[in-house]
Write a protein that binds this ligand. Structure first.
Ligand code: ATP
Ligand code: MG
Length: 394
């Protein structure tokens, strides 16, 4: 019998916390494989998945994107009867093409009487007797066959794939991701999820200055991100009245600073509304005028919530590399305008002053506009398998 054998990620935790991690990972895997006929079994050291052979490629692809998995492999399973192990190792080895090999046994079941070194020799002998064209090479073997003797079963496998690492999504509470159509914010969301954070996304929209295509782009990005979690709620904020008031009332070099202070204020209120405990965004130090440390300070001062900036110290090229890996890059570079780009002033303040920002924004009644924007938020639930766009409004 074959199973997918899963080893956990960075679960350097003990006791109840470890169980919580494992149970969350189990739920996430079960949820992602809900359309497949599988049998998933978890214990403290590993998980195994029984599957239908035809589904293997698809299941492996899904597993490779679930956070909290250190590695996975397809293993043959047998009992701890020595003849059974010998037959199984021949079954695995005979399907492969190799000249040199090595057996590496691990014995976590100490009731199993044969020590690892001895088992290596016995099983090596079994292979040599069966195939006179191969030899043992302990230093640089073409084929490394692994045998794990565990309490319940013995697992035989050779090809170990790296999982996505990180922590299972849901082992941290929810954060709200500021998701624009750009390159950075989807990458920031991906990195936060990798730390186990569950995310909702927030998109500030400025129609008619921005188009429906720009919204669809954000939905597509959200769908790409939802591969790594169960589903993502995308909250769309109508930012137009606020932006128009800013540009009517405030001096132009402070428009971006004030616009971003308004975004942060809204984010804080949305966190309260949707149970988020932090804000995540794609800001990177020095990238644009609003992301100098001075600007970040003036903008950030409207909220006491933690603002997580996974990309703060990344180069744009490093960010683009991850964007390509997670397949958001091609969507992000589509040429639809964002609310920030539509209203960009010629000379935004690079070193804004807090008292000037306070003074400028006191020139219009932003509180009521913010409350109205929050009351009128439009939420869409985005699922990775769901190709419908607007007909699944909550
Ligand atoms: P780019 O990849 O072109 O830099 P960006 O999305 O990073 O695009 P920035 O102007 O650098 O755009 O904005 C910094 C961060 O602010 C973004 O990463 C995103 O988290 C947030 N943000 C900007 N505009 C919006 C928006 N319209 N809706 C939601 N979040 C936004
Ligand atoms: Mg950016």
């Amino acid at each position: 019998m074959k199973v997918i054998l899963i080893k956990y990620g960075e679960l350097n935790t003990k006791g109840d916390n470890r169980n919580f991690f494992i149970n969350t990972l189990y739920d996430n895997i079960r949820n992602k494989l809900k359309d497949y006929n599988v049998d998933i079994v978890k214990d403290r050291a590993k998980m195994t998945i029984k599957f239908n052979d035809n589904d293997l490629d698809k299941i492996e692809n899904i597993i490779s994107k679930i956070f909290g998995i250190h590695s996975y492999t397809v293993a043959e399973v047998c009992s701890d009867n020595l003849d059974d192990i010998k037959n199984t190792i021949l079954k695995v080895a005979n399907k492969l093409d190799y000249k040199t090999f090595k057996i590496e046994s691990k014995r976590s079941n100490k009731n199993f009487k044969i020590h690892s070194m001895e088992l290596n020799k016995i099983l090596g002998g079994t292979i040599l007797k069966n195939n006179s064209n191969v030899s043992v090479d302990v230093h640089n073997p073409e084929l490394l066959l692994r045998v794990e003797v565990r309490i319940d079963r013995v697992y035989v496998y050779y090809k170990v794939c790296a999982g996505s690492g990180g922590y299972p999504v849901g082992t941290q509470p929810k954060a709200l991701l500021m998701l624009s159509g750009g390159i950075d914010s989807p990458v920031a969301g991906y990195m936060a999820m990798k730390r186990g954070v569950k995310i909702d996304a927030v998109y500030f929209e400025a129609r008619p200055h921005t188009s429906l295509e720009a919204r669809e782009k954000v939905i597509s990005l959200c769908r790409k991100l939802s591969v790594y979690t169960t589903s993502i709620n995308l909250h769309i904020v109508n930012f137009t009245p606020i932006q128009e008031e800013i540009y009517k009332n405030c001096r132009s070099d402070y428009c971006i600073t004030i616009m971003r202070r308004m975004m942060y204020r809204i984010m804080e209120k949305l966190c309260k509304k949707y149970n988020g405990v932090a804000i995540v965004n794609g800001e990177s130090i020095g990238q644009v005028a609003s992301q100098t440390l001075t600007s970040m300070n003036v903008i950030n001062s409207v909220t006491n919530m933690p603002v997580i900036r996974p990309l703060a110290c990344f180069d744009k090229l490093e960010i683009m590399e991850i964007a390509r890996e997670i397949e958001t890059y091609e969507i992000s570079i589509l040429p639809y305008e964002d609310c920030c780009t539509v209203f960009v002033p010629r000379h935004p303040a690079i070193n804004p002053k807090i008292n000037i920002a306070l003074n400028e924004e006191s020139l219009f009644d932003y509180e009521s506009l913010i409350n109205k924007a929050i009351d009128e938020v439009n939420t869409i639930k985005i699922d990775s398998e769901d190709d419908r766009e607007f007909d699944n409004l909550l």
